[in-house]
Design a protein around this ligand. Sequence first.
Ligand code: LRH
Length: 476
Amino acid sequence: GSPVTVAAVDLGAASGRVMTGVAGDGVLGLSEAARFANLPVRAGGTLHWDILRLYRGVLDGLRAAGPVESIGVDSWAVDYGLLDADGRLLGNPVHYRDARTDGVPDQVLGQIPAERLYATTGLQLQPFNTIFQLAAARDSAQLAAAKTLLLIPDLLGYWLTGEIGAERTNASTTQLLDVQSGQWSAELATALGLPAGLLPPIRDPGGLIGPVRPEAARDIGYTAPVTAVGSHDTASAVVGVPAEGENFAYISCGTWSLVGVELPAPVLTADSRRANFTNEAGVDGTVRYLRNVMGLWLLQESLRAWGDPDLGDLLRQAAGVPGLRAVVDAEDAVFLPPGDMPSRIAEQCVRLGQRPPESPAETVRCILDSLALAHRAAVLDAQRLSGRAVDVVHVVGGGARNELLCQLTADACDLPVLAGPVEATALGNVLVQARAVGGGSAGLADLRHLIRTTHTVRRYEPQGDADRWRAAAGRL
Ligand code: LRH
């Protein structure tokens, strides 16, 4: 149909952006209306998201982006705000990297065996999953006062529209959703002692959440429908992968690297559970079968520790450092919390019997080699565990800009890498809205075709020596 103009709100762990998107037959354009930092705040011993500040950024961004025909919101997963019986927010949402979940997964697994939890939810074990955050808050006054739990995009959607719900792709990351029925697991909610009705009804991407309410319309300068998108940023990113056919792996590479394949049905085998592969809900009933790799967080936290030197310079120097001298396990939970990252990396190098990096450039090289190695392991495991063969690896998100990382990933995987678009998440958000508003019947393949014909990707051929990467993997 004729092109529609929509606004995509995409909040990442490090920054948020509001993009204006125009999409229609043969047309797909994106422009940035606003970008703002997302700075967590430690207060009273807890690491919080500054949610009102983010909402301010969203409102100002929507004003700059508009008027538009629809608004869609996505963000990082698992975190939530609690509303009281009057619909007011009870405190600031807690950051998934907060230490409150330390030791909690083991307690919960004492009550619900890991096999049972995986069979029910199909989800990877991560200490920050919503289920463990809620278990950590089990006896809190805040949870006792709570009437409704809203994941971050659903909370922003609620402020924009007054409507309550839980968008499916993000709900699937809580580890409280039943992977078979697609509804909240009553068994798990009961086991955790959650107040009845805390978890709101599930809604699907593409549905109408509601019109922007008058209060918010005054702030943004117009009204528009808010449309549910793949509100888990990774779900929107996977929609935005410009793949052809089905024999591809994707790496959504930002603060995290989410590495996997798209499947029609979940894989719930014991091997899959032991490999900590997750079956997250994708748009249009797909399964995002993937593993979390620590991602550019390792680099971001190192830069912060060094006082934020110029990244371009460091990457150029890192390209000159001999490869694979020292590697770490980029899936190890020791790297999860904020703090001195270079020291943690050096310590792990020593523990694994390697000479630790001695300069920032050597540390950056170690990080990129380690990420490429973890990408390789996840791409291999995804194929082995799912039976889906892969002949190309798509890298989308900010990491697609990192030439050294893309080349190393191609070398490590011994497969061509197609890098870009950088803004795959916003594109996936825009496309799902445009399809809903335009009333089209396009499938994911059609949406991806539109991205391929309107955006360029950069191709990296594998050049490395596959045996060296295999040997390096053996060091971990
Ligand atoms: C990436 C992401 C990822 C989750 C993590 C909490 O932004 O949504 O998919 O595992 O944040």
